[in-house]
Design a protein around this ligand. Structure first.
Ligand SMILES: [Ca+2]
Length: 300
């Protein structure tokens, strides 16, 4: 269909060229299609190495068959879900450190120094988070320098994506490095206040900094979007130093945790997870097609 449209457009352009920028009205309907095709080609060339590393729909409990390990039988909610047959439900009773049905589910992906994560979060009307200045932990991403079965928190690089109250934290922790970049934790606070009882689209992008002459260069990227709106964007982050100059991200972990115990009964849902090695598209693309060209004379 696109080829046909392109051929028709080519004919129209030939008419335009020969007639001094005139365009056949019959080809007009193909203009937008061609623009989309051209844009598509441009995107494909510009992201030649972009790849989805894995997706997860949380639609059933066959996590082991999809490469997850550690905790592979969790709490699937088949009534509250963003898409498909289910979602991952994280339900804390008052005083619980973790939802009893969800411990730590882990999955390796092709190690990458450029990491995009997309998922959907929803919070119950009773959601308050931890009630203190840290936690709940939810998503943790381990580096390829770390044991993918290893302890969570004491690592060479652990990157957190998590809610904090009605807001969010992006956290870096690298306790095993000496000297460390962040040690027990660098906490970064996106500008967001989540609504309750509705799905939010959460996107993050992390790009490792370079290391030159054994010294880290502050050129790492850390970005976050919520519902297509940029809520955090820095390009001077340091993730790794001269001790681990080629370190990448490799293991995705969902390990909900409120260290002091949940202040009350509350639930968070996660659905429709995508992990990729690049931002697949503009997270907030225009909702209307490009304007047609102007100044053309119509002949037929
Ligand atoms: Ca789902």
């Amino acid at each position: 269909m696109h080829i046909r449209a392109t051929n028709r457009m080519t004919r129209g352009l030939r008419i335009a060229m020969g007639g001094g920028f005139m365009l056949s009205i019959r080809a007009w309907g193909c203009v937008c299609a061609l623009i989309i095709v051209v844009f598509g080609i441009t995107f494909a060339v510009g992201n030649a190495e972009a790849a989805t590393l894995f997706t997860e729909g949380f639609d059933d409990n066959n996590f082991a068959s999809r490469g997850w390990f550690d905790d592979t039988s969790v709490d699937i909610d088949t009534s509250t879900k963003y898409s498909g047959a289910g979602s991952l439900r994280l339900s804390w009773a008052a005083g619980q450190t973790n939802p009893p049905l969800v411990m730590a589910m882990r999955k390796d992906f092709t190690a990458t120094d450029s990491l995009y994560v997309s998922m959907y979060w929803r919070f119950s009307n009773s959601w308050v988070g931890s009630g203190v200045g840290y936690h709940p932990h939810v998503v943790m991403i381990l580096s390829d320098r770390d044991d993918h079965w290893g302890a969570l928190a004491t690592n060479y690089l652990q990157t957190y994506i998590e809610p904090h109250g009605r807001g969010a934290f992006l956290i870096l922790q690298d306790l095993l490095n000496s000297p460390a970049v962040c040690g027990a934790g660098c906490f970064y606070t996106p500008s967001i206040t989540f609504s309750l009882n509705t799905w939010h689209h959460i996107e993050t992008y992390f790009k490792m900094n370079t290391v030159t002459g054994g010294n880290p260069v502050a050129d790492g990227i850390m970005r976050m979007w919520v519902d297509g709106v940029s809520v955090y964007n820095v390009t001077n982050r340091i993730y790794r130093n001269g001790q681990n100059p080629t370190m990448k991200w490799r293991t995705f972990v969902i390990a909900p945790w409120i260290g002091d115990g949940s202040p009350q009964a509350q639930t968070m849902w996660i659905d429709d997870l995508t992990v990729a090695n690049a931002i697949p598209t503009d997270p907030s693309p225009p909702t209307s097609p490009p304007n047609p060209p102007t100044g053309l004379r119509v002949v037929d």
